[in-house]
Write a protein that binds this ligand. Structure first.
Ligand SMILES: *[C@@H]1O[C@H](CO)[C@@H](O)[C@H](O)[C@H]1NC(C)=O
Ligand SMILES: *[C@@H]1O[C@H](CO)[C@@H](O)[C@H](O)[C@H]1NC(C)=O
Ligand SMILES: *[C@@H]1O[C@H](CO)[C@@H](O)[C@H](O)[C@H]1NC(C)=O
Ligand SMILES: *[C@@H]1O[C@H](CO)[C@@H](O)[C@H](O)[C@H]1NC(C)=O
Ligand SMILES: *[C@@H]1O[C@H](CO)[C@@H](O)[C@H](O)[C@H]1NC(C)=O
Ligand SMILES: *[C@@H]1O[C@H](CO)[C@@H](O)[C@H](O)[C@H]1NC(C)=O
Ligand SMILES: *[C@@H]1O[C@H](CO)[C@@H](O)[C@H](O)[C@H]1NC(C)=O
Ligand SMILES: *[C@@H]1O[C@H](CO)[C@@H](O)[C@H](O)[C@H]1NC(C)=O
Ligand SMILES: *[C@@H]1O[C@H](CO)[C@@H](O)[C@H](O)[C@H]1NC(C)=O
Ligand SMILES: [Zn+2]
Length: 452
């Protein structure tokens, strides 16, 4: 009965919406606040973000990919691929075959990005659709010869307000319409590195500023009439953990600098040996009890971090909170990049809009699951990827998914029905079998000599 009513109502609603929103293509805005550790949400106040979540969905932990750095994880979110498969395996890379270098100052060669196809490119190849970007890593580069129709060259000095103004202008009046847009902001990552996540006073101030920016975002979307029909995802690339100048691993104490080329340093060091690889490995493997040392071929399978030429022959992974250095002097108070199974490395995800449920909380997804979900929302055919669409079904209004309370309800309901049925059967059987002619037979069965 209840089901029938729900079906009737949803039918009516669909019929009413038939003309307006249904004829418009779905739109999605993907926002990243760099280095937004998942448990900031529990430990600090976010009035604007909590309002956003109240009317939408929250995924409390997003398991990101190893190494838990900025460029690699932003590319996994928009491709659904592990780092070994999309080719952005670090913020600093070296390609032995071509001799090319990649760094946050020198990232514009499409060579590095072309091993994958990000969602803004796929979206753009659809007829009558375009993409727009406000500084998401990779969006200012012609990947597969395609940039978003509207984008900004990366410049960290451009204010959030200007990024927001321009992206919302593109979302509201462009032809063909912008259906996929991204927005990137450098905080709270920069402050997390500077102060460390345990500096509550500074982090409280910085995170309040982030919450105010989210308030500005929602306000702006409402003013422009975009709020009701736009799907908005707010997420991040990684978390942050506390470091200390008392937790340093000094490679200079273990190996001569002329024995290797250092491609990336901390907390995951990429080592290209200049001498015998085994010798380099042997010098490093006992260097510190707070660091794992791997030959490339022995990197644990759970990292999905092996099958790419850009991963160097020797890889060092520091324990949480430890910093690899060459010089004792340098150290940050906060860092990320560590093992992706550490909760401190995980970001969160919140989403709001017609594609999402209202007021639903979910425990965890992988960041590679975001890509197939976004493709579904936009009606795009996803490229082969490492995500699982099923992991995100509970977040979406158009998907059937059994949530835990419902599952418990269904099980209890089924047990009740079974119990009642059993009782009824016993009662009716008792009535039918009043003279009990079988009880003797049963007794005889029990006396079967074979059982002895
Ligand atoms: C759809 O729009 C057309 C023209 O705007 C209108 O005539 C028609 O009644 C609308 N149908 C519904 C179901 O709203
Ligand atoms: C693209 O837009 C044009 C003009 O608005 C329209 O005639 C055409 O049918 C659209 N194509 C698709 C595939 O929606
Ligand atoms: C934002 O838009 C304004 C107005 O069109 C333009 O002048 C400005 O250059 C844009 N900012 C960026 C960073 O692209
Ligand atoms: C970066 O943005 C700032 C602030 O808008 C501007 O003054 C500066 O010229 C920009 N730099 C480049 C290289 O465009
Ligand atoms: C490091 O190696 C270079 C070249 O082999 C050598 O000259 C230097 O003395 C070595 N330094 C140390 C500290 O072993
Ligand atoms: C590297 O060193 C190991 C042991 O030190 C040795 O067995 C191996 O043959 C060497 N490899 C090369 C290519 O020299
Ligand atoms: C290095 O580690 C190995 C295995 O853990 C151990 O057997 C060896 O004694 C260590 N050597 C030094 C110099 O610490
Ligand atoms: C080591 O530290 C000194 C002083 O801080 C600095 O000048 C030098 O560049 C550092 N060397 C390396 C290889 O980082
Ligand atoms: C990830 O996806 C890519 C593309 O489908 C595939 O080539 C790769 O084998 C996948 N990785 C794993 C570990 O399944
Ligand atoms: Zn980052």
């Amino acid at each position: 009965m209840k089901l029938l009513v729900i079906l009737l109502f949803s039918g009516l609603i669909t019929a009413c919406r038939g003309n307006s929103s249904y004829s418009l293509p779905p739109k999605l805005l993907l926002v990243s606040f760099d280095g937004f550790r998942a448990d900031y949400l529990q430990n600090y106040d976010f009035p604007h973000l909590q309002n956003f979540i109240k009317e939408g969905v929250l995924v409390e932990h997003v398991k990101n990919v190893f190494i838990t750095k900025t460029f690699p994880n932003h590319y996994s979110i928009v491709t659904g691929l592990y780092e070994e498969s999309h080719g952005i395996v670090a913020n600093s890379m070296y390609d032995v075959i071509t001799g090319k270098h990649f760094s946050d100052m020198n990232y514009k060669d499409p060579f590095w990005w072309n091993e994958a196809v990000p969602i803004w490119v796929t979206n753009q190849l659809q007829e009558n659709r375009s993409s727009a970007a406000a500084m998401w890593p990779g969006t200012d580069i012609p990947i597969r010869n395609t940039t978003p129709s509207y984008f900004m060259n990366y410049n960290s000095s451009v204010s959030f307000e200007e990024r927001l103004n321009n992206i919302t202008t593109w979302l509201s009046n462009s032809s063909p319409p912008v259906t996929f847009a991204t927005l990137y902001w450098e905080e709270p990552d920069a402050s997390g590195h500077k102060y460390g996540p345990e500096d509550k006073d500074n982090m409280r101030r910085v995170l309040k500023e982030i919450d105010d920016l989210i308030g500005d975002l929602v306000h702006k979307l409402k003013m422009l009439g975009l709020w009701e029909n736009l799907n908005v995802i707010i997420t991040s690339d990684h978390g942050m953990t506390q470091c200390s100048k008392d937790r340093l691993i000094n490679l200079d104490l273990c190996i001569n600098r002329s024995d290797y080329t250092l491609i990336d340093l901390t907390p995951v060091a990429a080592i290209l040996p200049k001498i015998n690889k085994t010798e380099v490995y042997n010098k490093l493997k006992n260097c510190s009890s707070h660091m794992n040392v791997y030959l490339k071929e022995d990197i644990p399978a759970r990292f999905y971090y092996q099958h790419n030429d850009r991963i160097q022959p020797v890889v060092l992974v520091a324990d949480e909170g430890w910093t690899i250095v060459l010089n004792k002097s340098s150290s940050k108070l906060g860092d990320h990049g560590y093992d992706n199974s550490l909760p401190s490395m995980h970001p969160f995800l919140a989403a709001h809009g017609p594609a999402f449920h209202k007021g639903y909380k979910h425990n965890t997804i992988n960041n590679v699951d975001i890509y197939p979900m976004m493709c579904h929302i936009l009606g795009l055919k996803p490229h082969p990827n490492n995500g699982t669409f099923g992991h995100t079904k509970c977040l979406l209004v158009d998907q059937w998914c059994i949530k835990l309370p419902e599952a418990i309800g269904i099980v209890i309901g089924a047990l009740l029905v079974l119990t009642i049925l059993t009782c009824l059967m016993i009662i009716t059987q008792n009535r039918l079998s009043a003279p009990q002619p079988f009880s003797r037979l049963q007794l005889q069965d029990d006396d079967d000599p074979l059982i002895d």
